[in-house]
Design a protein around this ligand. Structure first.
Ligand code: FAD
Length: 419
């Protein structure tokens, strides 16, 4: 049985561990927090959204971003202080603009393919995660936004996604609680929502039942590879330890870039901060007044999920401000205002604010594959779609690890056999 270390116990690390343990590997996950899914996989937007597969590498995003830089409550905020990390990331972001169409189509394909394994694993392992399969409705207040969505729809269609335009009247029948005047919408019936934290902790328990070891409270300080073995140096509850494995998969979210650098690989992930609020729906009128269909407001870049009967999650905004995790009141306020405008019957007295760092690659495509060393692998950099894509990229990396290590064993056997 080959041994694999997985670094990171967020959605990508736990799905990777689960996929590997199902393929018969001896898996050890290292997670620095006491529990799984305590960083970006804690309180995200909840959308399992092939309909949000459009990558951001488009000149219209750049123009909007420049306009928004002057507004404190804008969906995008860039700290103008330069850093090599930020400059190199933006340069690569611009360089990926010619791949906008191809990458959007590829992401849509991945997101659709991810649905089957994710739902099958949840079913097989009995994981409750407030799954809701009522579709996602994109809403537009003006013609320009709606027409851009039409062009995006064609690309999503090329990736296999069925989504159709809806009139304001149809929007009201899809989600009757939504207030306000709209130009139109796009509805994707096949998309879904669910609680990423509940799913990840449930799948972590399932992986353990199947034999994986999950070491929580263990921070990995150093990773090395000889080509035949990977070495991991970590501190578990304060005590330093070193272990060796046949393979190593980096799934460390925004920390993946620094770990990759130790291994001689360049994985230019930038931490793109986002915020969410979870509104407690404690009274009957709030429960009736909050939507059950998931929404994506393209103008404000906010997404929503109804989690069970008594939680309503609203998430969004993108902030380029390094590893800063502060929850800023002036960034949370627009989310609360949005709920009050769109869902006036919802009581916003009790909200739980949260901030997380999206591990984002400049071309918005996850890094899934081998590193420079034959026993190093990556499944990381899923940006704004880590929840949506997690199950399929875990399956992909499982296949790549298996194939690589099998080839290595057969090569070693051939090399050892007498001539
Ligand atoms: C506001 C917001 C809304 C979002 N909404 C959606 C959505 O609706 N749909 C969607 O698909 N995606 C969404 N996302 C994106 C999604 O949440 C992320 O892509 C995903 O959670 C990233 O998972 P991860 O496993 O890569 O990273 P993480 O969840 O951050 O996991 C990485 C783990 O690695 C651990 N780690 C790091 N370094 C070390 C080390 N040295 N030693 C040990 N452990 C280490 C960390 O502690 C962490 O637990 C959203 C993100 C944000 C911020």
């Amino acid at each position: 049985m080959k041994s694999i270390a997985v670094i990171g116990g967020g959605i990508t690390g736990i799905t990777t561990a689960y996929a590997l343990v199902r393929r018969g590997f001896r898996v050890t996950v290292f997670e620095r927090h006491r529990y799984a899914a305590m960083e970006t996989s804690f309180a995200n937007g909840g959308q399992l959204s092939a309909s949000n597969a459009e990558v951001w590498n488009h000149w219209s995003t750049v123009l909007k971003g420049l306009k928004w830089m002057l507004r404190q409550d804008a969906p995008l905020l860039v700290n103008p202080r330069p850093s090599w990390h930020k400059i190199s990331w933006f340069a690569e972001f611009l360089a990926a603009i010619p791949r906008y169409e191809a990458n959007t189509i590829a992401t849509a394909r991945l997101a659709i393919a991810a649905r089957t394994p994710l739902l099958a694993w949840a079913e097989e392992e009995g994981i409750e995660f407030d799954l809701r399969q009522e579709g996602i409705l994109h809403i537009y207040r003006d013609r320009a936004g709606f027409e851009h969505a039409g062009r995006v729809s064609k690309l999503l269609g090329a990736g296999g996604l069925e989504r159709h335009p809806v009139t304001p009247q149809e929007m009201r029948s899809i989600e009757p609680t939504l207030a306000g005047a709209y130009f139109g919408g796009y509805y994707t019936r096949s998309d879904a929502t669910g609680d990423i934290h509940q799913f990840t902790t449930g799948l972590a328990a399932a992986a353990q039942r199947r034999g994986a070891t999950i070491l929580q409270g263990c921070e990995v300080d150093q990773v090395q590879s000889t080509g035949a073995q990977a070495h991991v140096t970590m501190r578990c509850d304060g005590a330093a330890q070193r272990s060796s494995f046949d393979g190593l998969v980096i799934c460390a979210g925004t920390a993946s870039r620094a770990l990759a650098a130790q291994l001689g690989d360049r994985v230019n992930i930038y931490p793109v901060k986002g915020y969410s609020i979870t509104v407690r729906l404690d009274d009957a009128s709030s429960q009736a007044g909050a939507p059950t269909v998931s929404l994506l407001d393209d103008e404000t870049k906010l997404v929503t999920s109804r989690l069970g009967t008594d939680r309503f999650r609203v998430a969004g905004t993108a902030e380029f401000n390094g590893f800063n995790r502060d929850i800023r009141a002036d960034r949370i306020r627009p989310l609360v205002d949005w709920v009050e405008q769109c869902f006036p019957a919802v009581n916003t007295r009790q909200i739980v604010p949260w901030a997380g760092l999206r591990p984002m690659m400049p071309n918005l495509m996850p890094r899934v594959g081998r590193g420079r060393s034959p026993c190093v692998f990556y499944n990381t950099g899923h940006g704004h779609l880590g929840w949506t894509l997690s199950a399929i990229t875990a399956q992909q990396i499982g296949g790549i690890v298996e194939e690589t290590l099998d080839n290595r064993s057969s090569f070693a056997k051939v090399a050892l056999s007498p001539t």
